[in-house]
Design a protein around this ligand. Structure first.
Ligand SMILES: [Zn+2]
Ligand SMILES: [Zn+2]
Ligand SMILES: [Zn+2]
Length: 130
């Protein structure tokens, strides 16, 4: 038998790789199950710890799903943007925020309201599911 290099992927790389591969939100339990299917032996607590670490570094976005469970996604744009989420398959499009400036302007002129922060999310069907 020849020698074979044993390549051990760190949990952080495994989890980041999984999140990078699919543009959607995953719960920690889903990530744990996926890694398990690929025979990566990572405990659920390690998944949670790793996600927290990635979130603190701004590499992963956290969102509560309809049941209130925390889910995680890796976003391509690191600047402020919005999410259009497909109800059918869960695919997420990262959406630019530029049109928001018009709404901010009308809040100011019509309501005298100065906008300093906003959150917005879109749900519907993606190109593939329409
Ligand atoms: Zn995003
Ligand atoms: Zn879809
Ligand atoms: Zn915005």
């Amino acid at each position: 038998m020849g020698t074979r290099a044993v390549y051990v992927t760190k949990p952080r790389e495994q989890i980041a790789g999984l999140l990078r591969a699919e543009p959607r939100f995953f719960s920690a339990a889903e990530i744990h199950r996926r890694l398990d299917e690929h025979e990566h032996k990572v405990s659920l607590s390690t998944v949670y710890r790793t996600l927290e670490h990635l979130r603190e570094r701004g590499e992963v976005t956290e969102r509560a799903d309809d049941a209130g469970e925390a889910t995680y996604k890796m976003c391509a744009p690191t600047h402020h943007h919005h999410h259009a989420i497909c109800r059918a398959c869960g695919r997420v499009e990262d959406v630019d925020c530029s049109t928001m400036e018009q709404l901010a302007e009308s809040l100011r002129s019509v309501h005298g309201f100065e906008l300093d922060e906003h959150k917005m999310e879109f749900t519907g069907r993606c190109r593939a599911c329409r």
